[in-house]
Design a protein around this ligand. Structure first.
Ligand SMILES: [Cu+2]
Length: 171
């Protein structure tokens, strides 16, 4: 009984730390912020102010029936608001889209006229380690991935060292 009361706070701490780690790895972006998926939002500045990484999610929140979420195939369809060539169409007022790989994806609203009014957003997803999908100089190619893997490893070692030291201090 005494053991469980001693370790209770520690278990909570580990759980909280684990949740924080997960939170840091993948983010959820509510498109348009507090205004949501609405034609009054300047989506270009909204998107340029944040970084999208592989594993992150986009959340579209809007009035069902008034708007929808249409994913377009590419830049030209995006520029000309060509909804006819859409890859996917979502509705219902709340949709989550997972950014499963790096690259650019194009979204607009399926309601006639809304794309032309600026209700569209271009999302460029960077690779999970923070570097963009565009390749850097060839000389750094070999070194970069191992460095980022090593730093992640060090972070985890640091976390376990912290937990271990807390465990020792409690005993
Ligand atoms: Cu709309």
């Amino acid at each position: 009984m005494e053991v469980s009361t001693r370790f209770g706070p520690l278990l909570l701490l580990i759980l909280a730390a684990a949740l924080l780690c997960r939170e840091a790895l993948a983010a959820k972006h509510v498109v348009g912020g507090s205004q949501g998926w609405d034609e009054s939002v300047d989506f270009d500045s909204w998107a340029s102010a944040r970084i999208f990484k592989v594993g992150d999610e986009l959340e579209f929140k809007y009035t069902a029936g008034l708007h929808s979420v249409v994913e377009l195939a590419g830049e030209s369809a995006y520029k000309s608001c060509d909804i006819g060539s859409a890859l996917d169409s979502l509705n219902g007022g709340s949709n989550t889209v997972k950014l499963s790989k790096s690259g650019t994806r194009y979204f607009t609203c399926g309601t006639p006229g809304h794309c032309e009014q600026g209700m569209k957003v271009k999302i460029t997803t960077a690779a999970a380690d923070g570097s963009s999908s565009t390749t850097t100089s060839p000389s750094s190619k070999g070194a970069a991935p191992s460095t980022s893997a090593a730093s992640a490893h060090v972070q985890f070692l640091g976390f376990f060292a912290l937990v271990a030291s807390l465990l020792v201090s409690l005993i």
